[in-house]
Design a protein around this ligand. Structure first.
Ligand SMILES: CC(C)(COP(=O)(O)OP(=O)(O)OC[C@H]1O[C@@H](n2cnc3c(N)ncnc32)[C@H](O)[C@@H]1OP(=O)(O)O)[C@@H](O)C(=O)NCCC(=O)NCCS
Length: 164
């Protein structure tokens, strides 16, 4: 399946792969322009070593254009980050990354997937709602950098295929 276009309008192939330390320079470039408080290389290296962590990059034409990660503990998955380079937004990459996380979480027998999102981040909330997440709570002043509230969202998962 292909999606995304290069400057000439040709479709470019999108692949989702596990994140490795080699991807970090590109990941950090996207991180810095996407979040008020960016995670550092050390935070990512720690996450890549975390046995409960699952991190993926979206490559378009071989270049890192987005990434997403989660923790899976017992029957719950929790999305810890997701970002797409501003030049590649609104082309379905965020959706692809979220679908991938949900599929991996299901294969690991998670029954639900949750996340927090800034109350003002209506774009991300629209994406999550489209993907079947529902707001289930508010975490007052959850974000230490700006003091903003966090909206807790949740989606039920189907679990692994029968007989798996
Ligand atoms: C949130 C983010 C990951 C979305 O990635 P994306 O690749 O643009 O998402 P998609 O193209 O898959 O969007 C799918 C749908 O979600 C909704 N959506 C996504 N971004 C939106 C926005 N800024 N405003 C309104 N709706 C939006 C739309 O319904 C969109 O479908 P459409 O383009 O056909 O209208 C991206 O905007 C981003 O990196 N933002 C900065 C980091 C961030 O806020 N991360 C989330 C932290 S909780």
């Amino acid at each position: 399946m292909t999606s995304g276009c290069d400057e000439s309008g040709r479709a470019e192939r999108v692949t989702i792969q596990p994140m490795t330390p080699e991807h970090l320079a590109a990941v950090l470039d996207i991180e810095r322009i996407s979040f008020p408080s960016a995670w550092t290389a050390d935070s990512y290296l720690r996450e890549l070593r975390n046995p409960n962590g699952r991190y993926f990059v979206a490559l378009v034409g071989g270049r890192v254009t987005g990434y997403a990660g989660m923790w899976v503990v017992a029957d719950e998955a929790h999305i810890s980050t997701i970002a797409v380079h501003p030049d590649h937004r609104r082309r379905g990459l965020g959706t692809r990354l979220l679908r991938h996380l949900a599929a991996v979480a299901e294969s690991l027998r998670a029954r639900q997937i949750t996340l927090e999102v800034r109350r003002s981040n209506l774009g991300a909330q629209a994406l999550y709602a489209k993907m079947g997440f529902q707001p289930v709570g508010l975490r007052p002043r959850y974000y230490a950098d700006t003091g903003e509230d966090g909206v807790l969202m949740r989606k039920a998962l189907a679990g692994p295929p029968e007989g798996d």
